[in-house]
Design a protein around this ligand. Structure first.
Ligand code: GDP
Ligand code: MN
Length: 371
């Protein structure tokens, strides 16, 4: 049998001369960063980092999005940091507020309750708006209309290896739609009815429970039980757990990093799923995150071959990082494969997390890693 890497191996296994990819035809693509004016320093660090590791050769534009007017200082500083075009947009009010069918007073009551019961960011109204925005209205922003692909950045994230090929071009060449670095388990109290809502959409639209969809099911604790046990558990469980085989394993891709096809997310299937979810009210009465929404959606609507794990990207967003499994520095016992781990100051310098590419850049001292 072919090893699973053959289905979705890294697009490159060694540092390339980035000038080779940079000289090839490009995709219509942009970085996108949602940020607040108060995050200027962190935003600049992220841009300086992605410029050093990638964009100094490729010069892709960066679209900065904010729900408020941009400070002149933010615009000036970030303009000076991006080697491509920097575009500063303000999100229309209706894309960052309650939909008409949500009563804000009731929503705020729910949020206070979420806060009391310890839901992560459940008490923060702006966080709910942000998650709803990134789940749906983000994709139809006019500022993104010229582009086919986006690469999501956040203030404060860090790339720890040089990226010496064009991931947009490789996504297109390999027929990929959604790329991620880190997969995690969702906190179940943020979205107790999300999986049920998406599975209802699946049933209403007669979408098959594909192998990719089934990969999101909690097969260990549920489907592998003999049927009398499933039946009994079904009677005891909460309603959204009541059908056999429909429990989510909580797996999701961490959406602070994404390289994905806008056409998929702007398309009819995804947008109609988003509207279905929006009508349920779970972006406010629960704290549905855009990460589980995206993840469950791509598993429902795409075959697994359209997903890509950027296992060769060194990536850090507090408190997690990914160590590249295919970089020479990553090939240590226990770190051969998908190097997700809890971040700690000690592990930052550990050899298992060191990427060979920056070392090579230092050696030839030209900002290019050559074998
Ligand atoms: P976490 O990663 O889930 O802890 O959430 P973050 O606080 O990093 O927020 C995710 C993204 O949304 C980041 O890019 C933030 O800059 C952005 N963001 C969150 N809340 C707001 C907000 O109220 N206004 C704006 N403009 N951006 C926000
Ligand atoms: Mn973040």
């Amino acid at each position: 049998p072919r090893p699973p890497q053959d289905l979705d191996g890294p697009f490159a296994r060694q540092c390339q001369d980035p000038r080779i990819a940079a000289a090839q035809p490009r995709e219509k693509a942009a970085f996108v960063m949602l940020a607040r004016n108060s995050e200027m320093d962190e935003a600049r660090q992220t841009i300086q980092n992605i410029e050093a590791q990638f964009n100094q050769w490729f010069h892709y534009p960066v679209v900065f999005l904010n729900n408020e007017e941009w400070d002149a200082e933010f615009v000036r500083e970030l303009n000076a940091s991006v080697s491509g075009k920097a575009i500063f947009e303000v999100i229309p009010k209706e894309d960052w507020s309650y939909p008409s069918w949500i009563d804000p007073a009731k929503a705020r009551q729910s949020m206070a309750q979420q806060d009391k019961s310890g839901v992560w960011n459940g008490g923060k109204e702006s966080y709910h708006h942000m998650c709803r925005f990134y789940s749906g209205t983000f994709y139809t922003q006019p500022a993104l209309a010229p582009f086919r692909w986006y690469w999501r950045l956040e203030p404060g994230v860090r790339y720890t290896c040089a990226i010496t090929y064009d991931p947009f071009v490789e996504m297109a060449r390999h027929g990929k739609s959604y790329g991620f670095t880190i997969a995690l388990w969702e906190e179940p109290n943020t979205c107790p009815t999300l999986f049920r809502a998406i599975d209802d959409f699946r049933t209403q639209h007669r979408l098959p429970a594909s192998a990719t969809w089934n990969a999101m099911l909690d097969t260990d604790s549920w489907s592998r039980q003999p049927w009398p046990v499933r039946k009994l558990l079904g009677l005891l469980a909460r309603p959204h757990h009541a059908r056999s085989g429909d429990r989510w394993n909580l797996c999701h891709y961490w959406s602070n990093f994404e390289i994905a096809d806008l056409d998929f997310f702007r398309g009819k299937a995804y947008q109609s799923l988003f509207r279905h979810l929006d009508r349920q009210g779970g972006f406010y009465h629960e704290r549905w995150g855009d990460a589980p929404v995206h993840s469950l959606a791509v598993h429902l609507l795409l075959p697994a071959g359209k997903l890509h794990h950027f296992s060769d990207f060194g990536y850090h967003h507090e408190p997690f990082f990914q160590c590249p499994g295919n970089a020479p520095g990553g090939q240590l016992p226990g770190n051969e494969a998908l190097g997700n781990g809890e971040w700690s100051a000690e592990s930052e310098g550990a050899i298992g997390c060191r990427c060979q590419c920056p070392d090579q850049r230092r050696r030839n001292n030209r900002g290019i890693c050559l074998d």
